[in-house]
Ligand binder design. Structure first.
Ligand SMILES: *Cc1c(COP(=O)(O)O)cnc(C)c1O
Length: 388
């Protein structure tokens, strides 16, 4: 039987060469030769004021939460349909998450529901660009401006995607990228903080370097570095940056491979959508996706789970996410409850992510498409029928 994994890290072929060169450079700690190359490339391509590599997107979010001086009891507005780090990073600084429901079409935070959640304690909005498709950033930035809030884009899935003429991550006060093995451009574990407001650049360098002014020291601006602020160790080894550089250099190539995979799924599953059996992803006209993932929406949870099992029997791994943060064990402990966010809960029960990796062959994709088709057109028995 064919085996189709859900995800597989893909390589551009230059990773080992760059890692070797980083090792031979004699400096493999943070902010070496390849870290600088990654910073320069992203600042140039994305038109960002400042980009700093970090050890993960989670850590970029933590760095941002330190920079905005969150205090105990401050509130941060975020979707519940997201990965835990979107809110954990702010809770570590004492903030309280305030969840907003999502839109049925993009699965992004519903911008029309944000304003009613703002209180005198609200400090920031954290939009998550789900699947590499942008939130309505014009509206979100307008709300933030009106209420004097920071915007921290969780662009973990949105590297190299665009909203109107801007790259995701460069639109809010800060942007946070992930280079985790499951994302589009990878180095195993890694991330970056994009700083779009110059006032934060100097302090960001300090917080990222354990609260010291070592970055200034390396640039020769001071002759001794010392402790000047709170901070942590958020910079990755240059060996990882070398791996990442091999990926970033090939961003457009990787993007076009992923576009082909996305388009093939879309075309192959379009008839099922016309027959009313599934819904396909929606990309608003002012967004350019980076094709981070492909998902389909089923009718209900039972059908979705039956399809997962059917695909598994065909050797295909498909997965669903997220258990909404508000109805997770931690969310319930915080006082949220099932029923708080109807669209989030509905989507979470019906969404299914299909296998997606750069090396996926057309044959593999067609096998997935055919397996979904035969299941939904009633050519296989459902679990209920099998049991009876
Ligand atoms: C992957 C992901 C993260 C975490 O990224 P890491 O680099 O693994 O810390 C955060 N938010 C979202 C939306 C993600 O998809």
């Amino acid at each position: 039987m064919k085996k189709i994994p859900f995800n597989k890290p893909s390589f551009t072929g230059l990773e080992l060469e760059y890692i070797k060169s980083s090792v031979l450079s004699g400096k493999i700690s943070g902010d070496g030769l390849y870290t600088k190359k990654c910073h320069d490339l992203m600042e140039r391509v994305f038109g960002a004021k400042k980009v700093l590599l970090t050890t993960s997107c989670t850590h970029s979010l933590e760095l941002a939460s330190i920079l905005i001086d969150l205090k105990e009891g401050d509130e941060v507005i975020a979707p519940s349909y997201t990965f835990v780090s979107t809110v954990n990073s702010f809770m570590l600084r004492g903030a309280k998450p305030v969840f907003v429901d999502i839109r049925l079409d993009t699965k992004n935070i519903d911008e029309s529901l944000i304003e009613e959640k703002i209180t005198s304690k609200t400090k920031a909005i954290v939009p998550v660009h789900y699947a590499g498709v942008s939130c309505n950033m014009d509206k979100i930035n307008d709300i933030a401006k009106k209420h004097n809030l920071y915007v921290v884009e969780d662009a973990a899935q949105g590297v190299n995607a665009m909203y109107k003429n801007n790259f995701l991550g460069t639109i809010g006060t800060f942007g946070c990228y992930s280079f985790h093995e499951t994302k589009n451009f990878i180095c195993g574990e890694g991330g970056a903080l994009v700083i779009n407001d110059e006032r934060f650049i100097e302090r960001a360098e300090i917080v990222r370097e354990k609260g010291t002014n070592r970055s200034k020291f390396f640039r020769g601006e001071i002759d001794k570095y010392t402790w000047v602020d709170i901070g942590s160790s958020y910079l990755p080894s240059d060996v990882l940056a070398a791996f990442l550089y091999a990926q970033l250099e090939n961003m457009d190539k990787i993007n076009s491979i992923r576009k082909n995979i996305f388009d093939r799924y879309y075309k192959g599953l379009h008839d099922l959508e016309k027959e009313g059996k599934i819904q396909l992803p929606v990309i608003p006209h002012d967004c350019v996706s980076n094709y981070h993932m492909f998902y389909i929406m089923l009718e209900n949870e039972i059908q979705r789970n039956d399809l997962i099992n059917h695909l598994k029997q065909q050797g295909i791994t498909s997965v669903f996410h997220y258990v909404p943060l508000h109805s997770s064990p931690m969310g319930l402990q915080l006082g949220f409850k099932e029923g708080d966010l109807p669209v989030t809960e509905n989507i979470s029960r019906r969404l299914l992510r299909l296998p997606f990796y750069n090396d996926m062959t057309e044959e593999e994709q067609d096998y997935v498409i055919d397996s979904i088709g035969s299941f939904l057109r009633g050519k296989v028995l459902l679990s209920k029928e099998l049991a009876s």
